[in-house]
Ligand binder design. Structure first.
Ligand code: UDX
Ligand code: ADP
Length: 475
């Protein structure tokens, strides 16, 4: 599709609303409002506490640079509220950025996306809309969801007409502001040239036209799943090699550097780790697997599923290495866990590898002393309790007690490491690279074990100072 490039095509007094003020909706809308002062942007959510925080100094999403973006636009052309109906009714464009977790019950449990929240949004949009509106899918969704949204909208009201577009978000947490400001591409899928052009004209205020790609609806939806599947596949591929490196004496960082200089492979997403996490990778791959199974593509489903299988193996391998190295028992031993977020520079813990490693260590009755610079104690405890939940979401009294008695959350890495038998680094926060080794060593028991699940430490320095260092992908 060829997009008209005339600036004067931009509709005056455009009003946008976004349903869902989470990690995607909040930063994305803040950036649109910052870059387009004449567009009114209203972000709504059912969660009053989340909205209160978006209206405070203490934003619910930690992202470097986000405070400044919100501060510039909030009160000018950016609003956060719980007035969902009013925001929809007033807007020309409605973004849907609600959560789409993997189903935990019923058909497709453990694989398919739970579209309950998206469907509720569509019904709510239909109930309060008049005239014409453009509905934009921002949440990651299974292929053909736009079609379902369109059917719900068209069948639920005679008072309004709709165009439905797919505009997947490619921002990565921790670098969301930079990604939004300077995206590799903006992808818009849709059938109506006019609707596509209206949305493209918003982004074209700061993104050059050649980076705004347009496709049909389904290609756009599938591209998002495929992009995440390819990225996750790279991480699982290098993690698979990390196991071989540990067995053979090769060094996974050296291998990554050697292959990454091949311009066909490229250097990004080759950092071996304790396993990928985050709200997208696993969910999107499972979605892809479900889609392939649905269409009878067994081999394709099996192929992509291995990316998740390898990731689970990597997380398990790391906790087993800790237990094996610490004389085959960690029962009653204090282990300092440094980092709980799924990557640095975010307070998000969804699917964090730390949850799985901590759970395994708790199963072995270790005493965990956890420190993360951005994740609050309640969130850490809630994630660990949830990791013990049965399929109905219940946690046994025994497990509640285990988390209460064996988990302590500390305000610094030094306090976490005090009197500990070992340190496990599970998130690559920059501050862990410059820890005061003498201070740590003085407070730890001997041998002072360090398990570096992110390969952030200089092994030689730590070893020379007297630590016993075990790094992912190094023997
Ligand atoms: C991802 C996609 O990158 C983004 O485009 C999409 O919109 C949402 O999903 P995100 O999950 O926020 O973004 O972070 P990302 O940087 O992709 O990292 C995902 C996980 O992979 C993290 O746990 C990270 O630590 C891990 N990872 C990443 C590695 O272990 N090694 C790498 O080399 C890169
Ligand atoms: P993401 O990472 O995709 O942004 P989040 O879980 O961080 O996901 O955010 C999704 C937000 O959507 C949550 O704050 C949730 O309260 C909100 N939400 C879900 N359904 C609705 C709805 N029908 N109306 C308004 N907000 C909703």
């Amino acid at each position: 599709m060829v997009l008209a490039s005339t600036e004067n095509k931009i509709k005056k007094d455009l009003k946008i609303c976004c349903i869902g003020a989470g990690y995607v909706g909040g930063p994305t809308m803040a950036m649109i409002a910052k870059q387009c002062p004449d567009i009114h942007v209203h972000v709504v959510d059912l969660n009053q506490e989340r909205i209160n925080r978006w209206n405070s100094h203490d934003l619910p999403v930690y992202e470097p640079g986000l405070d400044e973006v919100v501060r510039e636009a909030r009160g000018r052309n950016l609003r956060f509220s719980t007035q969902v109906d009013q925001a929809i009714a007033e807007s020309d464009i409605v973004f849907i950025a609600v959560n789409t977790p993997t189903k935990s019950f019923g058909v497709g449990a453990g694989r398919a996306a739970n579209l309950e929240f998206v469907e509720k949004c569509a019904r709510q949009i239909a109930a309060v809309s008049k005239g014409h509106k453009i509905i934009v899918e921002k949440s990651t969704l299974p292929v053909r969801t736009a079609e379902a949204v369109k059917r719900i909208l068209l069948n639920s009201t005679k008072e309004a007409t709709f165009d439905v577009l797919s505009n997947p978000e490619f921002l990565a947490e921790g670098t969301a502001v930079a990604d939004l400001l300077n995206p590799d591409r903006i992808l818009i899928g849709g059938e109506s040239d006019e609707a596509v052009e209206t949305l493209a004209s918003v982004y074209s205020r700061w993104v050059s036209r050649d980076r705004i790609l347009t496709t049909n609806l389904w290609s756009s939806e599938l591209s998002k799943l495929t992009a995440n599947a390819f990225l996750a596949q790279r991480v699982s591929s290098i993690n698979a090699i990390s196991a071989l490196c540990e067995a053979t004496g090769a060094d996974v960082d050296e291998v990554a550097r050697a292959i990454g200089t091949d311009s066909r492979i490229g250097p990004k997403f080759l950092k071996s780790s304790v396993g990928f996490g985050g709200s997208c990778f696993q969910k999107d791959i499972l979605n892809l697997v479900y889609l392939c199974e649905h269409f009878g593509l067994k081999e394709v489903a099996h192929y992509w599923e291995q990316v998740v299988v390898m990731n689970d193996y990597q997380k398990r391998r790391f906790s087993e290495r800790i237990v094996r190295t610490m004389f085959n028992t960690v029962s009653d031993k204090k282990i300092a866990v440094l980092g709980f977020a799924f990557k640095k520079d975010t307070n998000d813990t969804r699917e964090s590898a730390a949850i799985h490693v901590c759970r395994s260590l708790l199963d072995e009755r270790a005493k965990l002393r956890i420190y993360d610079p951005r994740v609050p104690e309640e969130q850490i405890r809630a994630e660990l309790l949830a990791s013990f939940a049965d399929p109905m979401g219940s946690v046994s009294e025994k497990h509640k007690q285990l988390v209460a008695s064996n988990v302590t959350v500390l305000p610094s890495a030094y306090e976490a490491a005090n009197q500990s038998h070992g340190i496990a680094i599970l998130t690559e926060w920059d501050e862990f690279k410059t820890l005061d080794r003498t201070r740590l060593l003085e407070s730890m028991l001997r041998p002072a074990f360090v398990f570096d699940g992110r390969s952030v430490l200089n092994r030689e320095d730590w070893r020379n100072d007297g630590f016993e260092v075990h790094t992912i992908g190094k023997s």
